[in-house]
Write a protein that binds this ligand. Structure first.
Ligand code: GUN
Length: 292
């Protein structure tokens, strides 16, 4: 049996369609949702991601305010910009693309963002709210994964979810989201990482396997239980086309795993578009909450 392909592009379009209606309502009330993006330095992958975020804002009618700072920007300079964005009423969401250059303390920068404008859900205040199941803003990639499962009709309640990877952006938050006593959650969650011996022993027990480890093709067919749902968060650049475009590979060996899984996300076109859609959703929510 070949796996069903979980179409992140289509689900993201569905979500953006719903957002358009909410954006129109806000505009009738005199509010245009606004997202400020901050990119420090010239990391090519980060530039690509931020550009997609800006373009999606434009398509949906969200005002976009982009700030591209040189890699030499000092911590006080970056904090000053964030503070200005915190005070700016036309900005409802602030996104500082990570990773930041090594001389900048990422935690300090994330702490400086007004939690009401933290559409990435990375501020420790919002991380805490997520952990107790009272989030205003869920981190975008994990929220996108939950929506893919919910909208795709993949039950998580009582299922064993195995996550490979423990990053603050994906692994840790998706574990916290799926363990909640809530719809689209109620899972038993296991987290594996680079110091887990024999990861395959765990992944073979997964009803839902989430790969977010940043190693191309790491999850092979031998590590997957027949009939599992496989979510691939990997976006590893494995080459460049003759036109200079990145060739992406996921963390899952797609061709062999699709013969074993019941459903699988492709790379690209799986989780990636969902991250963007959830960022837009968080920005619209921030604008809606700003009325209160
Ligand atoms: N870097 C990789 N993913 C993300 C994300 O979702 N938000 C931000 N700010 N930076 C990222």
């Amino acid at each position: 049996m070949t796996a069903r392909i979980i179409d992140g592009k289509q689900t993201a379009e569905e979500i953006k369609g719903e957002l358009k209606l909410r954006i129109e309502t806000l505009k009738r009330q005199g509010i245009t949702p606004g997202l400020a993006t901050v990119l420090v330095g010239d990391d090519p992958a980060s530039s690509v991601y931020v550009n997609i975020k800006i373009k999606t804002c434009e398509k949906l009618g969200i005002a976009s305010f982009h700030h591209h700072l040189p890699a030499t920007t000092s911590q006080p300079e970056l904090l000053k910009l964030v503070n200005e964005l915190n005070m700016d009423a036309s900005v409802h969401g602030i996104l500082v693309q990570v990773p930041l250059p090594p001389h900048i303390n990422e935690t300090q920068v994330l702490l400086s963002i007004d939690p009401k404008k933290d559409v990435d859900g990375f501020h420790p205040f919002n991380v805490g709210k997520m952990v107790i199941g009272e989030a205003d803003f869920l981190p975008c990639t994990p929220a996108g994964i939950q929506q893919l499962l919910l909208r795709g009709g993949y039950e998580t309640d009582g299922k064993h979810v195995v996550i490979v990877g423990r990053s603050n952006i994906v692994g840790k938050p998706i574990a916290n989201i799926l363990v909640q006593k809530q719809r689209g959650a109620n899972a038993t969650v296991t987290i594996c990482h680079s110091r887990t011996p024999d990861i395959g022993e765990y992944t073979l027990k997964a009803d839902i396997l989430i790969a977010a480890i940043g190693k191309p093709g790491f999850i092979t067919a031998g590590m997957v239980k027949p009939g599992a749902i496989v979510i691939d968060v990997g976006t590893n650049q494995v080459g460049t086309t003759s036109e200079g475009k990145s060739i992406l590979a996921g963390d899952v060996a797609f061709e062999e795993v699709k013969e074993k899984a019941a459903a699988i996300t492709p790379v690209p076109g799986g989780v990636g578009p969902m991250t963007i859609a959830m960022l837009m959703a968080n920005t619209v929510k921030a604008a809606e909450l700003s009325k209160a």
